[in-house]
Design a binder for this molecule. Structure first.
Ligand code: FMN
Ligand code: SF4
Ligand code: SF4
Length: 250
């Protein structure tokens, strides 16, 4: 039996997780909703974006919490610069006591658009190539391929300093007068970092820089620093409504 877990803010990793889950007759499960139960499966696949040449905080927290004897695969989606993220992922899983077999990478569209702009033609070319690249990854997972990452560099591992950096980035998010208080950002934030207080959207101090609120606000009302009009992105290969079941909160 297979289980497929994912973290995703703009749909790229959800796309990969959905493709894998469909091929392995499983359902994509959101890592934030994992409650620490024993995962009785033969194979577990974790799909996640790369953040700063390493893993996002919610993925690291999930890996450290995951209880399973299964063979584990990690699929990284990324925008163009891995710099050893495969090793970071592999050894994060190994140090958490998981039976990690391999880490795959899928080039997708860069969603760190608060600082970087990706040309539209490059984006459409990348998306066109994604299905065939996924076919190759699925084929390797199906035949239980096992290998250590060959990259020379070791990517960034999780640390308190790393978390602090994302919190600092989150402190630069703000909401413009275009906000219609629909509450979507509150419901999709993976860390419960957004709330409505006295009729206004406010950010707390637990941002993990996923940029989900920034990209998916229907009014583009969430801004970063002084950069007012950067590209907003959501993966066109998936339906946003399918992606994230409501987050379980205590
Ligand atoms: C905070 C942040 C940091 C990122 N760092 C990297 C990086 O180091 N290298 C890279 O290639 N892409 C980086 N990206 C881009 C994402 O990895 C990429 O767009 C990914 O496919 C997004 O997945 P999602 O749509 O499932 O959220 C970063 C994105 C964010 C939001
Ligand atoms: S998603 Fe956008 S419009 Fe809706 S409450 Fe959040 S900031 Fe306001
Ligand atoms: S505040 Fe926005 S960027 Fe920060 S974790 Fe929540 S959804 Fe992601």
């Amino acid at each position: 039996m297979d289980r497929v877990f994912y973290f995703s803010s703009t749909g790229n990793s959800f796309y990969a997780a959905k493709r894998i889950a469909d091929a392995l007759r499983a359902e994509p499960e959101y890592v934030v909703n994992y409650d620490g139960e024993d995962v009785n499966a033969e194979r577990v696949t974790i799909v996640t974006p790369v953040y700063a040449f390493g893993l996002p905080v919610p993925t690291v927290d999930f890996i450290n919490k995951l209880r399973t004897e299964a063979s584990v695969y990690i699929v990284l989606t990324y925008g163009g610069a891995l710099f050893g993220a495969e090793k970071a992922a592999y050894y994060t899983a190994k140090e958490a006591g998981l039976d990690i077999k391999a880490v795959f990478k899928l080039k997708m569209v860069e969603n760190f658009t608060v600082l970087i702009s990706t040309p539209k033609l490059y984006m459409s070319r990348t998306l066109k190539k994604a299905p065939a690249r996924m076919d190759a990854i699925i084929e390797k997972i199906k035949r239980n391929a096992a290998f250590e990452p060959k990259c020379r560099k070791d990517g960034r591992r999780d640390s308190e300093k790393f978390r602090e950096g994302w919190r600092g980035m989150g402190s630069k998010l703000w909401v413009s007068e275009d906000c219609v208080r629909c509450g979507k950002c509150i419901s999709i934030c993976p860390t419960g970092n957004i709330e409505l207080a006295e009729g206004k959207i406010v950010f707390k101090n637990n941002c993990v820089a996923c940029l989900g609120c920034y990209h998916r606000c229907p009014e583009h009302a969430i801004k970063y620093s002084k950069r007012r009009n950067r590209l907003r992105y959501f993966c066109p290969l998936v339906n946003e409504a399918d992606m994230q079941k409501p987050i379980k909160r205590d």
